[in-house]
Design a protein around this ligand. Structure first.
Ligand SMILES: [Cu+2]
Length: 328
């Protein structure tokens, strides 16, 4: 199953929208394979049956066959008509119209080269990891902050363009719990290939727990008051808020901060950075060693990305890593 999903996700759909695409793909592939088999068999049979043998006279010359010509015009016409209706049906089933007037559950914004996910009701903002409750059909509004991107989680539904100034909507649903890969499907600049995301489908309960944690502010204020806590964490907090980081990234904590409203969204929200699996659109796993490498010089890891090399000292990097590791 997982091997199939990895090789050809279209064969392992987990939502009715993706199943519609999968069914269409299979039906048309089978029909085409059938035609291919008939044509190759007939050509093969003719090559053998009518090959020239020594002593053959000139074969009988045939100048047309009305019945056959009608047949080979009508048969492909009917076949194309069938494909047309199958495709039209698949298109409607894979991308049903949004209910008029319904607010989206989720807004996903494509940025060069990462994804911002905003949960409309709870106000949760996260990046590159979209949690959803299993079996629920969520209406997602797709926007872009810069150029045209394309949202695509192959096992969950169709591709949909994210066009600057022209939001599109899509239904997002997963009927089985799991982690589903997604990627940008429209070339959008040099790090397009590292614009990956996950959709994590979990039970209603797990989803609620996740959303509750995400909507809480950073836990630094708790940690700070514990006796014996690493002073690095405090220094890291200072570094984040005193340097330019907070102009692009938001971390909401219960400390008076210089973070302005609306929160800066030029870069991923870091309030719960330590709970995410990857960094920078999936380019590296999220662990302290990689976080260190990233902060030391993001341009080495994701050349051209919109986070400049800030030439941090080793000391500053260590402090920031210590602080970020508390942001669960
Ligand atoms: Cu893109």
């Amino acid at each position: 199953m997982n091997l199939v999903a990895a090789a050809l996700p279209v064969l392992d759909p987990v939502s009715p929208q993706a199943a519609a695409i999968s069914d269409l793909f299979i039906a048309i592939t089978v029909a085409c394979a059938f035609i291919f088999a008939i044509v190759t068999t007939l050509v093969g049979a003719c090559i053998i049956r009518f090959r020239s043998k020594p002593g053959d006279a000139e074969p009988r010359q045939v100048y047309g066959n009305t019945r056959m010509e009608i047949a080979w015009t009508i048969a492909p016409f009917l076949l194309l008509l069938w494909m047309f209706f199958m495709t039209a049906r698949g298109m409607t089933a894979s991308n049903p119209d949004p209910v008029a007037g319904r607010e989206p559950d989720l807004i996903v914004v494509g940025h060069q080269w990462w994804w911002e996910a905003r949960y409309v009701k709870s106000g949760v903002i996260t990046a590159n990891e979209i949690h959803i409750p299993v079996g629920k059909k969520l209406l997602v509004r797709l926007e872009s902050a810069d150029v045209i991107h394309d949202f695509w989680a192959p096992q969950l539904g169709p591709k949909m363009d994210m066009v600057p100034g022209h939001p599109n909507t899509i239904w997002l649903q997963a009927d089985k719990p799991g982690t589903y890969d997604g990627a940008c499907a429209e070339y959008c600049g040099n790090q397009h290939a590292w614009m990956r995301f996950f959709v994590i489908a979990e039970s209603e309960k797990e989803f609620e727990a996740w959303e509750k944690n995400e909507s809480s502010s950073a836990r630094f204020h708790l940690v700070k008051n514990l006796p014996g806590v690493d002073s690095r964490i405090h220094e890291g907090w200072n570094a984040f808020h005193e340097m330019t980081c907070a102009n692009c990234h938001a971390i909401t904590d219960e400390y008076p901060t210089k973070v302005s409203t609306p929160l800066p969204n030029a870069a991923p929200n870091l309030t719960h950075i330590a709970s995410r699996r990857t960094l920078a659109g999936g380019v590296i796993e999220n662990n302290p060693a990689n976080l260190r490498r990233w902060l030391k010089n993001p341009q080495l890891i994701k050349p051209g990305c919109k986070m400049p090399n800030l030439s941090l000292t080793d000391e500053q990097v260590e402090n920031l890593v210590a602080y970020f590791e508390t942001l669960k």
